[in-house]
Design a protein around this ligand. Sequence first.
Ligand SMILES: Cc1cc2nc3c(=O)[nH]c(=O)nc-3n(C[C@H](O)[C@H](O)[C@H](O)COP(=O)(O)OP(=O)(O)OC[C@H]3O[C@@H](n4cnc5c(N)ncnc54)[C@H](O)[C@@H]3O)c2cc1C
Length: 342
Amino acid sequence: MSQILLQKEEGKEENMNGHEIFVFIEQTDGTIEDVSLEVLGKAREIADKLGGSVTAVLFGENVESLTGEVAKSGADLVLYGESSLLKDYTTEAYAKVFEAQIRKRKPDVLLIGATHNGASLAASLAIKLGSGLMAHVIDLEIESDTGKLLGSVPGFGGSIVSVCKCSKGDIEMATVRPGIFKQREPSTSRIGVIQRIEADLKPEDKKCKVLERSVKRTEELARTERVVVAGLGCRGELSLPKELAEDIGGSLGVSRPLADKGLVPKDKVVGSTGSSLNAKLAIVLGVSGAAHFSSGIRDVKTVIAINTDSNSQIFKLADYCVKGDLFEILPYLTAELESSSK
Ligand SMILES: Cc1cc2nc3c(=O)[nH]c(=O)nc-3n(C[C@H](O)[C@H](O)[C@H](O)COP(=O)(O)OP(=O)(O)OC[C@H]3O[C@@H](n4cnc5c(N)ncnc54)[C@H](O)[C@@H]3O)c2cc1C
């Protein structure tokens, strides 16, 4: 039997204690976005260091059933607002209800997963609240002497990482890239307070109407352990890279020009305008290693690169460099992998 201890409190308004970190929990049709739980885990870690509290904020139509999972995943308090006007995400409606909660509780920090919706919500709230916003951070820390939030923001295609802090407004805000932080193991013994909040909305607050949603479940490159990345050196011939990806039980990623040519969907792109890999292994085929690409493989544990040009930038970044023609090397590699797996 679950041992979770959940208290339900109607109308509780005061802050819990000290530094309060708000985390937006994004859900779609009753499924919480992974990045929201990743951010919640990081918020818990920061709050434990500072002796503060974590408040998760969740909106939707029938979302009460999700609040237990959120409490178990690290929130001290879960605020949830329900309305048919909050069923589908729209920036205007979500920002209105969220702003009211922020003005009421005055949290110190707001963290949001950098999904399309999350980025839009964060930007809108930053304008409404007149605060700074660190966008798409890849790390978060606390400055020891001031207690302020420091966010690592990649710039110039990931060739530099600037450490930023918010100096404007009463709240420090950041959006966090998916796949950067780890979710906490849900704890069945956590005590969480669940509180319903009033969603004061009128139909005219919702400026967009969702007519149809086509849900495309895509492989999330950021969370894949093994990736084969194909570049222009593959000359648009992707059957060998795909076969190699299958042999190592991984996924296929590409450099951006391949997606620009329409050879693969855009969600396969690795780099500053695509996914940042957190894989254990990436085999990079016929990619030069331009700065915009390289930011996407910074956090890969082991990079193996195959390239004909021994002066290519990718060889400066890879752990293992194989100089040669990928069309000659790959058939041997896949044959070897396939025979060893028999
Ligand atoms: C604002 C902006 C954002 C961008 N964002 C991204 C991004 O997110 N991701 C991204 O990838 N790019 C991005 N780019 C593009 C980026 O700058 C590079 O142009 C791109 O990464 C180059 O792709 P590539 O390495 O596949 O091709 P190339 O640079 O043409 O390199 C091909 C490589 O293949 C090697 N090669 C050729 N034939 C063979 C063979 N037979 N066997 C082995 N090796 C071979 C060559 O030696 C060469 O090193 C961005 C650009 C801009 C301006």
